[in-house]
Design a protein around this ligand. Structure first.
Ligand code: 1CP
Length: 362
């Protein structure tokens, strides 16, 4: 798939980075260099499980909160202050760039993204214009505020991968079986490719704006792609994700790219081929097994089961160390959960995980 869609983002000037970032454990692990300690952060660390998050979000709709630079900065910094994690993840959502190009959608509390008019036919492509940098100038502003505050702590920018974005557009909201998405993919491959190409432009543009403004790593979330078998992943999905990952490398080859999905045990070799530097692994596959499936030369991220944060400290500590030992088989390991922090998680348990990871002498 061509990456020509990347203009006008190709010309974005890239902000200078804080020199202290050169030693940041997260960036060293992603580059497969030995870090001072194993880095740790949590998917969904900013948000729902923190009382200070619920307080600042009171009365503000999710999508509005993502477009207010001071609020985005505060929410993004909250888990860094509380946990001492090795990276901040930008507070936003995968559907923010879709809303920015004009797709009618909302994020409903307790549900997730809901689309006004689901994507069904070729005519629907006209309702998804390409993303332009000016549509998300507030995102660049938020990233700028954040990197000034974060100093030597990396900011991870992120976007939804084309398949996962398509799943919300086609289904109209969260779905268990992705039946309509798969039906479109299998029955009209040409329209599917056109949709994924458009979404790749949007996803790449969202990442490029964050990188240009100072994000020092990015994560591409293909959360629901584990619903596909390997051969269909390769044929129908991998080219568009690879195009997004390439677009980031073209803008700044020094920025590590992390690629994550849930239930991707069977897809790991093909995800490695899509070109990321780090592959995120869910909790179903031990990290040493995942490393072998990836061919041995990728850094990995993961993969403690988020449910273990509800277990006793003794069990939790053992499982954290077990994850660290398995991760040592990879040429680089970023500790994380196998998916996002669950809403009722006790923040003290998450802090205990961070402290246990940092104390580990591998
Ligand atoms: O801390 C962080 O990780 C930063 C913030 C963040 C990220 C990275 C949010 C805030 N959303 C995301 C990414 C995201 N959004 C993904 C990929 C990550 C993953 O797999 O967990 C996905 C699939 C979404 C879509 C989405 N947005 C859902 C899932 C719905 C489903 O299909 O099951 C939900 C519930 C949302 C809303 C949302 N996004 C973020 C927050 C804090 C919330 C809850 C908002 C609220 O209702 O107040």
């Amino acid at each position: 798939m061509s990456t020509e869609f990347a203009a006008p983002f190709a010309a974005l000037p890239v902000a200078p980075r804080d020199p202290r970032l050169a030693d940041a454990p997260l960036l060293r692990a992603a580059r497969r260099l030995r870090p001072a300690h194993t880095p740790v952060w949590f998917m969904r660390q900013a948000g729902r499980s923190l009382p200070e998050y619920r307080k600042v979000r009171e009365g503000i709709a999710m999508l509005d909160s993502c477009r207010r630079p001071e609020l985005v900065t505060e929410i993004t910094l909250q888990p860094v202050r509380r946990y001492g994690v090795d990276a901040a993840i930008f507070f936003s959502d995968i559907v923010v760039p879709l809303k920015a190009v004009g797709v009618g959608l909302d994020i409903r509390p307790g549900v997730g993204p809901v689309i006004d008019q689901p994507f069904r036919t070729r005519a629907d492509l006209d309702r998804i214009p390409e993303l332009e940098p000016e549509m998300i100038s507030d995102i660049a502003e938020s990233v700028g505020l954040l990197t000034a505050e974060l100093g030597g702590t990396p900011l991870i920018g992120f976007a939804g991968a084309p398949f996962t974005l398509a799943s919300y557009l086609v289904e109209g909201g969260p779905s268990r079986d992705l039946a309509r998405t798969k039906a479109l993919m299998y029955s009209d491959p040409q329209l599917w490719e056109a949709l994924l190409q458009r979404l790749a432009q949007i996803s790449a543009g969202f990442l490029r704006v964050q990188v240009a403004a100072g994000a020092s790593a990015v994560q591409l979330f293909d959360s629901w792609v584990g619903a596909l078998p390997l051969a269909d992943y390769r044929r129908f999905v991998q080219p568009s994700s690879a195009a997004v990952l390439d677009a980031v490398r073209e803008l700044d080859p020094t920025v590590p790219r992390i690629h994550f999905g849930v239930q991707t045990g069977e897809l790991l070799p093909a995800m490695a081929e899509a070109g990321a530097d780090v592959v995120g692994v869910d909790f179903r596959v031990p990290l040493d097994v995942a490393t072998a499936r990836l061919g041995g030369d990728h850094a990995v991220q993961g993969n403690l089961d988020p449910a273990l944060l509800f277990a006793s400290r003794e069990v939790l500590g053992q499982r954290v160390r077990q994850t660290l030992e398995a991760g040592a088989a990879a040429p680089g390991h970023i500790f994380n959960l196998g998916h996002g922090v669950l809403p009722d998680t006790d923040p003290d348990q998450a802090k205990f995980v961070v402290d246990t990871v940092h104390a580990w002498k591998g």
